[in-house]
Write a protein that binds this ligand. Structure first.
Ligand code: ADP
Ligand code: MG
Length: 408
């Protein structure tokens, strides 16, 4: 895995631009093990980087533009760095150009690791005797991260591009700063209100580990998540269901969480523990209360999962995954019949735990499965979907893998 996309990105670069790239960088997609909708409540998440990667072959050019091509689309993307802003770029290029924008600041000045800005190569008059850095960059992208399947192809793209630009432009940013640049690109240039989980997982992931992330302090810690040693597989069941209500549903859940926090007199639901729930039950209407209860108990489940992984190993998180699904189904109401079926059929086939993963209203479920039950699970899930008349799901396995890196 990965090597093929690295080679093909390099080859695509050579064919497109007529020279060899200066380097090839790649970054992975991710799966969230547990901690759903907790990110915007300033809570905890526990994602891991997966073996599918997006590779970016990159080289400095003499111009002032970022030019990009991708095997994902016939359409090229390019813009003068100083012209990039929200609304000026659309389509897939917004992810790439957005990262360039986030890394250079809005004035063509590079952000230093400390957050102060220094004159960037866009500045028209370099000091005499000081060589002007080349700022133009050519990029060619290839990927084996499925797009729109809940595995965060967008963060994989942003993080690979961020690593490439950071090195080519000699910015020297920390990994977390590059992750935040990816998020800014997605929020402010693409226009999608996402949290920090995807980019942090893609940047900081490690083989055999999950990334425990505190979305308030933005501090991250690796937690052992070695599936092979434990005789387990993590199976992804992509329902291929359209996220029909995802946008409106997401906004409504966010609003409920904000209301609950306001009623409880806290900054975010992160500040409530399970002990506070009885009081909240008196302050909030029944639906708002259930929405909040999901967040509060989900944060507790993430912390329990981290503890379980540290002291007992991956098998111990199984029941927490299943409880997380129940909470999303009954309290947060973001699952669908197909997701519920995927979980139920997985548990029936011997999974130690299963839950939907991602924003909900469609998308994928994950199941933690003993190696010898994987084939049975596949048969039984496919059978259950066929007899219920749902689309045939796409079933695959994922393993915790290293985050963004330079490959060549
Ligand atoms: P996901 O869950 O896969 O992150 P998103 O809707 O957040 O779904 O992001 C998918 C979008 O990211 C695509 O529509 C495309 O614009 C962009 N994208 C992802 N991977 C690539 C790629 N390899 N090349 C070009 N654009 C990509
Ligand atoms: Mg995405």
């Amino acid at each position: 895995m990965g090597h093929r996309t690295v080679a093909s990105a390099a080859l695509g670069f050579e064919r497109t631009y007529g020279r060899a790239p200066d380097g090839v960088w790649s970054a992975p997609g991710r799966v969230n093990l547990i901690g759903e909708h907790t990110d915007y409540n300033e809570g905890f998440v526990l994602p891991f980087a997966i073996q599918h990667r997006t590779a970016v072959a990159a080289g400095l050019s003499t111009g002032h533009a970022v030019r990009a091509r991708s095997t994902f689309s016939e359409e090229p993307a390019s813009a003068e760095i100083r012209a990039i802003a929200r609304g000026t770029v659309t389509g897939w290029g917004a992810y790439v150009l957005g990262v360039a924008w986030a890394l250079t600041g809005q004035r063509g000045a590079y952000l230093t690791p400390a957050g102060t800005s220094v004159p960037g190569p866009s500045d028209p008059a370099p000091e005499p005797g000081r060589p002007r850095l080349p700022e133009g960059v050519d990029l060619f992208i290839d990927s084996d991260v499925p797009v729109g399947a809940g595995l965060s192809s967008s963060a994989a793209l942003e993080c690979a591009v961020a690593c490439a630009l950071d090195e080519l432009w000699c910015l020297g940013h920390e990994r977390t700063a590059l992750a935040l640049a990816g998020q800014r690109a997605e929020n402010e240039v693409v226009g999608a209100p996402t949290g920090i989980m995807d980019q942090f997982a893609s940047m900081l992931g490690r083989e055999g580990a999950a990334v425990f992330l505190d979305c308030r302090s933005q501090s991250a810690e690796l937690v052992p998540f070695g599936l092979g040693e434990a005789g387990l597989e993590l199976v992804v069941i992509d329902t291929r269901e359209h996220h029909a209500h995802a946008t409106s549903g997401y906004a409504a859940r966010r609003a409920s969480c904000e209301l609950a926090a306001r009623l409880a007199g806290v900054r975010a639901l992160r500040d409530l523990g399970t002990d506070d729930l009885p009081v909240l039950a008196h302050l909030a209407d029944e639906e708002t209360y259930r929405r909040a209860r999901h967040i509060v108990t989900e944060n507790a489940r993430v912390l329990e999962s981290v503890e379980a992984l540290r002291v007992a190993g991956p098998a111990a998180v199984g029941p927490l995954l299943t409880e997380s699904h129940r909470s999303m189904r009954d309290d947060f109401e973001i699952t669908t019949p197909a997701l519920d079926l995927a979980v139920q059929a997985s548990l029936g086939a011997g999974a130690l735990g299963a839950r939907m993963t991602g924003g909900g209203f469609g998308g994928a479920a994950i199941a933690l499965v003993p190696l010898d039950a994987v084939a049975r699970l596949q048969d039984q899930v496919l059978g259950a979907f066929a007899s219920s008349g749902f689309n045939t799901p796409r079933i695959s396995t994922v393993t915790p893998t290293d985050g963004a890196r330079r490959d060549r």
